[in-house]
Design a protein around this ligand. Structure first.
Ligand SMILES: Nc1nc2c(c(=O)[nH]1)N[C@H]1C(S)=C(S)[C@@H](COP(=O)(O)O)O[C@H]1N2
Ligand SMILES: [Mo]
Length: 430
């Protein structure tokens, strides 16, 4: 039986809470000399207490300085990044979400990882159509405006490429959280349930699968079982409250919550209803999982329960001994996250983390755990359990089940090695 997560061990007496700022307060004694709590020691002493900063003594920029807002210029390090050796060119490539730099559970649209097989098409929505045909009573061609006349729904859900972490299947090799886990995002998606549209066109008796095809040069296509199409599949036109970005499928995409990212076909132009799967390229030569005995798993749609510590991580080392809140993200394509445990000794001992903020099905869930770092090296891991009782596997368990030839669905417990100097690196220990 799994234990419920309690608040025990989370509530700290007031006296102890000060430990978070211990180092900061020591520095504060030298604040006149430019010390700060956690911030950089600045050369611009005249802007620090007790002085009044320059920007407090003058007018700022006016309205409409940025009609479509953008981040502070001091945050230019927060960006999508690519790994040049991973792909041959920019048109069939991938960029990664900077998970180490994000808080909460929502990925800003500008930072959502990108995956294209044939580049980003530049689509005028007035020239775009969604054709629905095959085993339906009333085939139709919809404009984007037609689609917006249907009742809409919104949901906060993660989207993950099954290749997330795939470079780590045989051994640790990526040197940043952005690259070990950054084929992952979580947004509020708005659109029309595919079930609503299919009801409108009328399904024929032997309807069993739906082929979704994109309007990009790759005309990416995947067969979706009707059960999913009638469950929570969404034809999406908005993301985080604004129109879908071109990178994410503007003007419309399919979105299959909790399933392999590649099934969420972008720039959606065609839905064909059939009585069997199509066995197109992306479900035969790609997106199948070669097992040790030479057979392959096919239609491995589900993105299983997974988690990772986002602080500390290679991009966010520790600076001093003392108290920290270790943080991370957990998610499961099967539903809600029920529990996350964190280990500091490579999986020998585990402590229950606290689930923070919203705990939604098939969404990123943030966890935190207060921890005193005494300066010793540590092996930091997180292990998530979802509401079905599924426990995130170790590498040993995953490899025993799937062999060594896979790329996709690497959801094994991840290890960060913390060194005595506070630096963090990517290792595999079990
Ligand atoms: N039409 C089309 N849809 C597509 C793709 C594509 O290349 N073309 N890539 C797929 C893959 S492999 C993934 S992981 C997701 C990525 O979605 P994102 O770029 O919005 O993060 O889109 C999927 N949908
Ligand atoms: Mo993908």
């Amino acid at each position: 039986m799994l234990q419920q997560i309690s608040d025990e061990g989370q509530k700290l007496p007031q006296a102890e809470r000060r430990n978070f700022l211990k180092n900061g307060l020591l520095l504060a004694g030298s604040a006149m000399a430019g010390g700060t709590i956690g911030g950089k020691v600045s050369a611009a002493d005249e802007n620090l207490p007790p002085n009044v900063p320059a920007w407090t003594r003058s007018l700022g920029q006016g309205v409409l300085t940025n009609p479509y807002g953008k981040p502070s210029r001091f945050e230019s390090n927060i960006k999508r990044r690519a790994v040049p050796w991973l792909t041959a060119d920019r048109f069939a490539s991938i960029s990664f979400t900077p998970l180490a730099e994000l808080d909460g559970i929502i990925t800003p649209s500008s930072l959502v990882f990108e995956r294209y097989h044939g580049g980003i098409p530049d689509i005028d929505p007035d020239d775009h159509r969604l054709m629905i045909h095959g085993k339906v009573d009333r085939p139709i061609i919809l404009t984007v405006d037609d689609l917006r006349r249907f009742p809409s729904t919104s949901m906060i859900r993660f989207l993950e490429c099954p290749a997330n972490g795939g470079m780590e299947w045989r051994a640790a090799q990526m040197d940043a959280l952005q690259f070990t886990h950054g084929m992952l995002s979580c947004c509020e998606w708005t659109g029309v349930l595919l079930s609503t549209i299919l009801q409108e066109v009328g399904l024929q008796k032997d309807a069993a699968w739906v082929l979704a095809e994109g309007a990009d040069g790759a005309h990416m296509s995947r067969s979706i079982p009707l059960e999913k199409a009638l469950d929570d599949a969404l034809v999406v036109y908005a993301q985080n409250g604004e129109p879908l970005r071109p990178e994410q499928g503007y003007p419309i995409r399919l979105f299959n919550p909790g399933w392999e990212g590649n099934t969420s076909v972008k720039w959606l132009r065609r839905l064909e209803v059939g009585d069997k799967a199509w066995y197109h390229r992306e479900e035969t030569s790609k997106y199948t999982d070669l097992l040790a005995d030479g057979r392959a798993r096919k239609f491995s749609f589900l993105q299983e329960c997974n988690s990772v510590v986002t602080f500390p991580c290679p991009e966010k080392p520790l600076r001093d001994k003392g108290r920290y809140e270790v943080e991370g993200l957990a998610w499961s394509g099967s539903g809600k996250i029920k529990r996350v445990d964190v280990s500091f000794d490579g999986g020998v001992n585990w402590r229950a983390a606290k689930l923070k903020g919203l705990i939604l099905p098939k969404a990123l869930t943030r966890f935190g755990l207060e921890w005193d770092w005494d300066g010793s090296p540590a092996m930091i891991q997180s292990r998530a359990v979802d509401e079905t009782g599924y426990v995130q596997p170790t590498f040993t368990q995953l490899r025993a089940a799937r062999g060594m030839s896979s790329i996709y669905h690497r959801n094994a417990i991840h290890t960060w090695r913390l060194q005595a100097d506070g630096k963090v690196s990517n290792v595999q220990i079990s």
